[in-house]
Design a protein around this ligand. Structure first.
Ligand code: HAM
Length: 432
């Protein structure tokens, strides 16, 4: 036998048995976003490497260590998108969609980061990404956060905590960066290798370190809040008041700095205790400078992305995944004539009753085997098309989950006969 080819490490197959939780989450999200006026956008999975370098920042972990970058046959450096915000900003600029216009957009799809895979952290993972472009806030910030809170409620996910912070203006961040470098340089001997590497490039990321030995040093570090300008302070105060107004509870985490460089002012994260170290299920913030930095006209914006794998894990743990859908009808076929006519008959029924889920027994098999398959399919009703029935112009119908007997229905009234048989089996058996 030829050697098996394995999936790429950190990239998962999504199998039919798991798909109903994903579809439930996607359907809830799509409906909620639509009700807030968000429109779907789909952008390429591959972009010029330069886009991510400029948007996310050269010194971030994502750009510095995690991108899937390659040279294509034309000699261009391309990268599999590690996130969607940069691509959406690029699309708005390339398609000349800015010009003073505002956009509420969402996008869903796989992202790619070469991280060390573990539970909840993958190299290909799915995000639903939501962006509001053109509003300086803080009303839009509050509405976006309220939208995410409402989504958890609709999904039935409990126990998520919201952390918020303000990063102020780029000037505040620059000033804060200098203060941090001074502070950590004075304690250079106590820094771990990661933090030493970050010291000059991206000292804010030292605050995110999960290393327990670094925590005391981090607790003593200066806070960004102390460097905030008056306008950012006011923006943040208004956001907090609006969140209080809509009853969305939050914690202020002055050390929340986020791993991508484009943020300013509001940043936030929804976190859970239940997925171990990978506890952020939804994160985002304001990026008022990004579009100008990518060559578009200066446009304020805010957005967030949620990690679908992490949310699906929570949905499953909460028992909120709907059961997989089964067919309404399983069609058993026996005999040569019936075999030849069954496809036509079933296709006719599908045309007449488009909402009916019908599974036709394919590939033959004796009665016993076909009944076994019918049973396994979960269908409440079997139709039996045999040569004998066919000769008499009827189809037999047999309930599979109830002890009622077999009946017959004329082929010419098959659709209404199936309706009646399913109705007699109760509301759960009927198509929606
Ligand atoms: P991010 O924090 O890098 O932000 O990712 C957003 C979410 O994606 C995280 O909270 C997490 O749930 C999920 N996630 C990230 N990396 C992985 C991974 N390796 N495996 C599984 N899930 C993961 C962004 O991507 C920004 N673009 C969000 C944003 C939109 N900011 C403004 N607009």
């Amino acid at each position: 036998m030829a050697e098996e080819i394995q999936a790429v490490r950190g990239m998962n197959d999504l199998l039919p048995a798991d798909i109903s939780a994903w579809q439930f989450l996607e359907a809830c999200t799509r409906e909620l976003l639509g009700s807030y006026g968000y429109e779907e956008i789909r952008v390429p999975v591959v972009e010029h490497t330069e886009l991510f370098k400029r948007a996310i920042g050269e010194h971030t972990d994502v750009v510095g260590k995690e991108m899937y970058t390659f040279t294509d046959r034309g000699g261009d450096s391309l990268t599999l998108r590690p996130e969607a915000t940069a691509g959406i900003a690029r699309a708005l600029i390339s398609n000349r969609l800015l010009r003073g216009q505002r956009h509420k957009l969402w996008c869903s799809g796989p992202m790619f980061r070469h991280e060390a895979p573990q539970a909840g952290r993958y190299r290909q993972f799915w995000q639903v990404d939501v962006e509001a472009v053109g509003w300086p806030g803080p009303d839009v910030d509050a509405e976006l956060i309220a939208l995410s809170a409402r989504l958890w409620q609709r999904l039935g996910i409990e126990g998520l905590r919201l952390q918020i912070n303000s990063l102020g203006t780029p000037e505040c961040r620059r000033e804060y960066r200098t203060r941090l470098i001074d502070y950590f340089s004075a304690h250079e001997g106590s820094l771990d290798a990661d933090s030493q590497r970050r010291l000059t490039g991206n000292p804010l990321r030292i605050l995110d370190s999960k290393n327990p030995e670094m925590q005391e040093l981090i607790r003593g570090a200066p806070l960004l809040t102390e460097s905030l300008d008056a306008e950012s302070r006011e923006h943040f105060a208004q956001l907090r008041a609006m969140l209080d107004g809509v009853g969305v509870a939050f914690e202020i985490n002055p050390r929340l700095v986020r791993g991508l460089d484009y943020y300013n002012r509001t940043v936030f994260e929804w976190i859970t205790q239940s997925t171990g170290a990978q506890n952020a299920v939804c994160s985002g913030g304001r990026y008022d400078g990004l579009i100008a930095q990518l060559g578009g006209e200066a446009t304020p914006a805010i957005g967030f992305a949620m990690g679908i794998e992490r949310l699906v894990t929570l949905l499953l743990a909460a028992g909120r995944s709907p059961p997989p859908s089964h067919p309404h009808v399983y069609v058993i076929v026996s005999g040569t004539r019936a075999g030849a006519e069954a496809v036509r008959l079933v296709e006719g029924l599908r045309s007449e009753r488009p909402r009916l889920r019908i599974e036709l027994n394919l590939g033959g098999g004796n009665f016993k085997a076909q009944f076994r398959r019918a049973d396994k399919s979960g269908a409440p009703l079997a139709l039996i098309i045999g040569d004998d029935e066919f000769a008499r112009g009827v189809v037999a119908m047999k309930p599979l989950r109830q002890e009622s007997g077999q009946s017959e229905c004329p082929i010419v009234q098959l659709a209404s006969g199936v309706d009646a048989a399913l109705a007699a089996l109760g509301p759960a058996a009927k198509p929606a």
